[in-house]
Ligand binder design. Structure first.
Ligand SMILES: [Zn+2]
Length: 413
């Protein structure tokens, strides 16, 4: 008998399926061309919701050591709109908290220094915590002080013992990537003294549900967060949310501002407004999660139909952006090289590899201009405006763009 899974936060049995995406390879394990004929290992990708605390989560099917290997290909710094977003955050928070050369900003999962570099430029001391050594080296070369480690409560206690006293802790899109979310939040609580603020961004579950963004489900992404579920976790560790902002990044994210329960920050009206919005969408009751599977199946049917029609007409389809979400989509929909000839990506570490599972080859973006496909399927659909304007010259000569969710959308420039 298989053991029934339990909630990562509250331990309740998980009996409600949000969607079961079957077996899928790791979304960021790009394949060497020499391994073309070897199928990738595949692991269950099954999202469930906890009926007690409403945390949406996938099961632990893969050891973290396999996910965050040294070849981990993700470098944040490759999207222009993402960098602009980070710089705007740094400007806003530095003013709001009056940060100066006497302060310290800690970022958890600081990657290649894509965010902290803007604090450094303002003369504000920083400490990045980043588990991937090769990525941390890139940050150090940019002058971003970085410690190679996984963030945990044990590390937070070490930092406190070493006298590290941050004025601000931030993280963008890391909370959902943490297998032990309780230990992570406890670590934040350990570092938050007095009125110190923690800001964290995460893709908002409300958008995942309403816009059928099921392709944001992949093995590196353990939890899918709402204000209601995050507040339950923070509460257990003596923390609270005092402000929340809706962001357009990653198809719709929340940025929450967290402090100790006894801190002096007054709760902004935005918090009650977001709680109400989630309540109206049913995110605090099992009913809000019904019907999602059927919507996901409809996306698959729409994409496969579109690709088959194009093939029948002798039209070529290429994909843009070797993004993790694209790999979930292509593998769940069973799409391979027979339907999508090739993919392109700006990131050199992904070029001349094969997409995991589908084994579609990845080339530099310039390849699009040699091949001039009839359609370009934009896999990171959250960047559709940015990507379609970068490729406006192709649109001018007749190429059309396609995005897959919430349903197939074909458009020109
Ligand atoms: Zn739970």
């Amino acid at each position: 008998m298989t053991k029934s899974p339990t909630c990562r936060h509250c331990g309740a049995p998980l009996t409600r399926t949000l969607v079961d995406l079957g077996l899928s390879p790791l979304a960021n394990s790009y394949v060497g061309i020499e391994h073309r004929d070897i199928d990738c290992p595949r692991y269950p990708l099954h999202a469930r919701v906890c009926d007690t605390c409403f945390l949406v989560q996938i099961e632990d099917a893969v050891p973290a050591s396999e996910i965050f290997s040294t070849e981990y290909a993700y470098f944040s710094s490759y999207s222009d709109s993402w960098l602009a977003h980070c710089q705007a955050y740094v400007d806003e928070i530095s003013t709001r908290l009056s940060l100066s050369a006497d302060d310290l900003v800690i970022e958890i999962a600081s990657n290649d220094g894509y965010l902290l570099q803007y604090f450094v430029a303002r003369g504000i001391p920083v400490l990045g915590v980043e588990p991937s050594a090769n990525v941390a080296t890139v940050a150090q070369e940019k002058g971003v002080n970085t410690r190679v480690d996984f963030f945990s409560n044990a590390l937070a206690e070490t930092l406190v013992a070493e006298g590290v006293r941050p004025s601000l802790i931030c993280s963008a899109n890391v909370l959902a990537h943490v297998p032990d979310i309780n230990d992570f939040v406890q670590g934040i609580a350990t570092l938050l003294a007095g009125d110190v603020v923690y800001t964290v961004e995460f893709p908002h579950l409300l958008n995942l549900i309403e816009k059928v963004q099921f392709d944001t489900i992949y093995h590196e992404h353990y939890t899918y967060l709402s204000l209601v579920s995050v507040e339950a976790i923070l509460d257990r560790f003596g923390l609270r949310v005092f402000d929340v902002q809706s962001l357009s990044t990653h198809g719709g994210s929340l940025r929450i501002f967290v402090c100790r329960k006894d801190a002096t920050h007054k709760e902004c009206a935005s918090v009650a407004a977001m709680r109400k919005q989630e309540h109206l969408a049913g995110l605090d009751s099992p009913a809000g999660y019904q019907g999602f599977k059927e919507k996901v199946r409809a996306v698959r049917a729409g994409l496969v139909q579109f690709l088959n029609d194009a093939k029948e007409k002798g039209q070529t389809v290429a994909a843009y952006g070797a993004a993790a979400k694209g790999n979930t989509l292509l593998n769940y929909c069973g799409v391979g090289e027979d339907l999508i000839e090739f993919c392109v990506d700006r990131n050199p570490s992904k070029q001349n590899t094969l997409l995991p599972g589908s084994h579609i080859p990845v080339f530099p973006v310039e390849y699009l201009r040699q091949r001039r496909p009839d359609y370009i399927l934009i896999l990171p659909w959250n960047l559709r405006s940015e990507i379609s304007s970068q490729l406006a010259d192709l649109a001018d000569s007749g190429t059309l763009f396609v995005t897959p969710v919430p349903k197939i959308d074909v458009f020109g420039r």
